[in-house]
Write a protein that binds this ligand. Structure first.
Ligand code: SAH
Ligand code: SF4
Ligand code: F3S
Length: 484
């Protein structure tokens, strides 16, 4: 590792080829600069500067928010939940249009706040701003936004923070792509006992409805040595559950010469002392190997849960979606998984209303939900994303038909969840306590290895501990339990 000061920054520009290690040092240096700027502001204000980071997207988006928060904290800025803060950062998502609409709605409110407090800084980052049309709209409709940066240069956030504190006017720094992975910036974890760990970035699958490959770029795996080092550091600092993150973890290591594959990586993570639970997201069915099933079945740490998005139960629709598996091959995979791991909880994602889909295809999705016996499923109405192949396909169903189909799928999902989750009723199982219950402060909320939520009497002192809990009452997707 280079020392902090002896780097010749002028020697290279970061848009060209560069040494990620040097970049890490440079960004750490920027944190020191941001800290001294924040200190100046603090003296003027007579209080610490505050910042509020809001996450709109998936686990990967949430992990990016932790990195942003880590830099803010390291710069001496206080993190708050209140959007009255001096700096508000929206980490956006664009996977469906309603995610975009939520951001626009809330930006309007921020604009009103800023009228009263002109020093307030408003920042947009994440997937939504990777689209040129969005940046144009913000320039025109929300000109009070102070900074926009994208998904590829998030590691540069310390430097961007310095600019935010020093400059006036809208700063826009969005890159079309990146090939690099910059390591080792500070992160702030939301939970002290569990953490996400990126194992890869981007996606190369180009499902025909999906915008992610366009806003997150090509698939890039991190080196296993870096991942294992991060897991070890997390374990040393008290983390006992890690969630390995990627859009398609099953293709981990592809393109990195001599690198481990995903099952190999899991075997190594398993060896880390202090880690008790290993989760991962997301598995694309087309790349799920027998070796992975073997590693999962043998492991004492890999959780008994697999999120295996199916999207549709109709092979015809799957083909149009470019998913590269069929209804039959998916169900065969589910049987193989169940034969190897009878206790496994399987969950999924489903899209209803894909252009070209017909009510008969939805019948097939409903029957697949029953056959696959999911513990839970996220069901979405198809949202047209500009620039994706499916945006040119023609819809064959009316809005009413789509709504009706959505309700049928949802009813099947709820029926299956209630039935399948009830298999644990009356048993005593290990729960990792995560939080005090939102609604009733006398209760805490934890998770089974199979990811099912359990609420039981307890207090904040239990957070982070593994307890034996009797599962008394099945409430559909969750349990009310009793500590034994
Ligand atoms: N990489 C993951 C999914 C990431 S996006 C995978 O392939 O499984 C999370 C979910 O959002 C997807 O599984 C899909 O169900 C849904 N989704 C993606 N694009 C969508 C769109 N255009 N309209 C509706 N739902 C969509
Ligand atoms: Fe989107 Fe498909 Fe990639 Fe998942 S695998 S992120 S659905 S393109
Ligand atoms: Fe995640 Fe949304 Fe981006 S789902 S990868 S935050 S578009």
């Amino acid at each position: 590792m280079h020392a902090f000061r002896d780097v010749d920054y002028d020697r290279y520009t970061i848009t060209k080829e560069y040494d990620p290690e040097v970049e890490t040092v440079r960004q750490r240096d920027m944190i020191e600069r941001a800290a001294s700027l924040a200190k100046e502001r603090e003296e003027k204000l007579g209080r610490r500067m505050s910042a509020c980071v809001v996450t709109f997207g998936c686990q990967m988006n949430a992990r990016d928010s932790e990195k942003i928060s880590g830099v803010l904290i390291s710069s001496g800025i206080e993190l708050v939940d209140d959007e009255n803060a001096d700096i508000v950062i929206y980490n956006t998502c664009t996977v469906r249009d309603n995610a975009n609409q939520r951001v626009y709605g809330r930006l309007g409110n921020l604009g009103v706040m800023k009228k009263k407090h002109p020093d307030k800084k408003i920042v947009l980052c994440g997937c939504m701003v990777q689209e040129a049309a969005v940046i144009e709209k913000i320039r025109q409709t929300y000109p009070f936004v102070d900074m926009i940066f994208g998904t590829h240069n998030i590691y540069k956030f310390p430097e961007l923070l310095v600019r935010l504190l020093e400059e006036d006017g809208m700063i826009v720094d969005v890159w079309k792509k990146t090939d690099s992975v910059v390591e080792n910036l500070p992160t702030l974890r939301k939970y002290p006992f569990k953490s996400g760990v990126n194992i890869m970035f981007g996606c190369d699958n180009f499902c025909s409805y999906c915008i992610v490959p366009y806003v997150r770029g090509r698939e890039r795996s991190r080196k296993s040595s870096e991942i294992l080092e991060e897991v070890r550091r997390l374990a040393d600092s008290g983390v006992s559950e890690v969630m390995l993150l990627g859009q398609n973890v099953n293709s981990y290591g592809r393109g990195l010469e001599g690198e481990l594959n995903f099952p190999g990586l899991l075997r190594e993570v398993e060896k880390t002392e202090g880690i008790r639970r290993i989760r991962f997201m997301t598995s694309h069915p087309k790349d799920l190997s027998d070796e992975l099933i073997e590693v999962m079945a043998e492991s004492s740490k890999i959780c008994s849960h697999l999120h295996l998005p199916v999207q549709s139960g109709s092979s015809r629709v799957l083909e149009m979606m470019n998913r590269k598996y069929t209804r039959e091959s998916y169900l065969k995979l589910v049987s193989k998984l169940r034969a190897a791991m009878p206790e496994l909880s399987i969950t999924t994602d489903i899209i209803v209303g894909f252009p070209g889909e017909e009510p008969a295809d939805i019948d097939e999705t409903v029957s697949l939900v029953h056959e696959a016996a999911y513990d839970n499923a996220f069901t979405f109405i198809y949202s047209k994303r500009a620039g994706t192949p499916a945006s040119n396909y023609e819809s064959k169903m009316s809005e009413e038909e789509i709504g009706e189909g959505f309700n049928r799928v949802l009813a099947a999902v709820q029926e299956e969840a209630r039935k399948n989750v009830s298999r644990f009723a009356g048993r005593t199982m290990e729960v990792l306590v995560e939080d005090v219950n939102d609604k009733d402060k006398e209760y805490v909320t934890g998770r089974l290895s199979g990811n099912v939520l359990v609420h039981f009497k307890g207090d904040a002192s239990l957070i982070g501990s593994y307890l034996q809990v009797k599962l008394c009452e099945n409430k559909g997707f969750y349990y009310i339990g009793e500590r034994v």
